[in-house]
Write a protein that binds this ligand. Structure first.
Ligand code: NAP
Length: 242
């Protein structure tokens, strides 16, 4: 898809991959609306982008809040125009320290599903109708290898990401032929707050820089028409485009 001039809505935009990806999209000329709960952190990201000449807007909100989706979608469209690109980057690990399913409360699983699955579903529903009417749009699910590998202690997160992958596939099948496309992208292990919370003993030097991963994902977005809609891609296996 053409990123220059596109209207993008990026959740999880206040740090880590979402901040880097939104910044990379803005550098390529997209108008970007960022969502996260922490307004101050979000505004700092947007100010850095604006200082570099990009267009960035902030919307503080919790994607796990059932009332948030329609207001976030409406506000984003008012700020950047009808959404061409929706990136679901916000995510929760569930209970930390990560724990076995036997030690996981049902409410903790429900919260992981609310943020990682149901919230994105609501937001896509709020945006995809307009995309169908315009005959174009791309929705990117940021997933994880925990969606396909049954890592002990990653149960709430892994279950939510597995369903999230399937959600992208079913959206893709149902909207086939409309011009609205879906991709799931596994970014691989990155040096972010989420990773530090999940695996505090990890050596950051062994983890990817989210900025480098963001460049690879921008390349995937640019070439998104070459992939089957609903495909699950591994960003760590890709080479960044020039
Ligand atoms: N880091 C890794 O190694 C790794 C590996 C595989 C997949 N991923 C995936 O990559 C994505 C980005 O992760 P990251 O490592 O960059 O995490 P991160 O640095 O912790 O950033 C997470 C972002 O999501 C926002 N967020 C969290 N809960 C939210 C909620 N309920 N509503 C709105 N925003 C929320 C956070 O802001 P607030 O806290 O202010 O809301 C923050 O902007 C996630 O989908 C994650 O599952 C990461």
């Amino acid at each position: 898809m053409r990123i220059q001039g596109a209207a993008a809505l990026v959740t999880g935009g206040s740090r880590g991959l979402g901040a880097a990806l939104g910044g990379a999209l803005a550098r390529e000329g997209a108008r970007v609306a960022f969502v996260a709960r922490g307004a101050a952190e979000l505004e700092a990201v947007a100010q850095r982008i604006r200082a570099a000449g990009g267009e960035a807007h902030t919307l503080a909100g919790d994607v796990g809040d059932p009332r948030a989706a329609s207001s976030l979608a409406g506000a984003a469209a008012a700020l950047v125009g009808p959404i061409d690109l929706l990136v679901h980057g916000a995510s929760t690990l569930g209970p930390v320290p990560l724990r076995l399913l036997l030690d996981t409360e049902a409410a903790e699983l429900e919260r992981a599903l609310a943020v990682n699955l149901v919230g994105p579903f609501r937001l896509t529903r709020a945006v995809a109708g307009g995309m169908v009417l315009r005959g174009r749009g791309l929705v990117v699910h940021i997933t994880s290898d925990a969606s396909v590998v049954a890592y002990p202690r990653w149960g709430a997160y892994g279950v939510s990401k597995a369903a999230f992958d399937q959600l992208a596939r079913v959206w893709a099948a149902e909207l086939d032929g409309t011009g609205v496309r879906f991709l799931s992208v596994d970014p691989g292990e990155m040096d972010t707050r989420m990773h530090a919370e999940a695996v505090p003993e990890a050596d950051p030097a062994t983890l990817a820089d989210p900025a480098a991963v963001a460049e690879r994902i921008v390349a995937l977005i640019r070439g998104s028409e070459t992939f089957t809609s609903g495909a699950r891609l591994d960003a760590s296996a890709m080479v960044a485009a020039p």
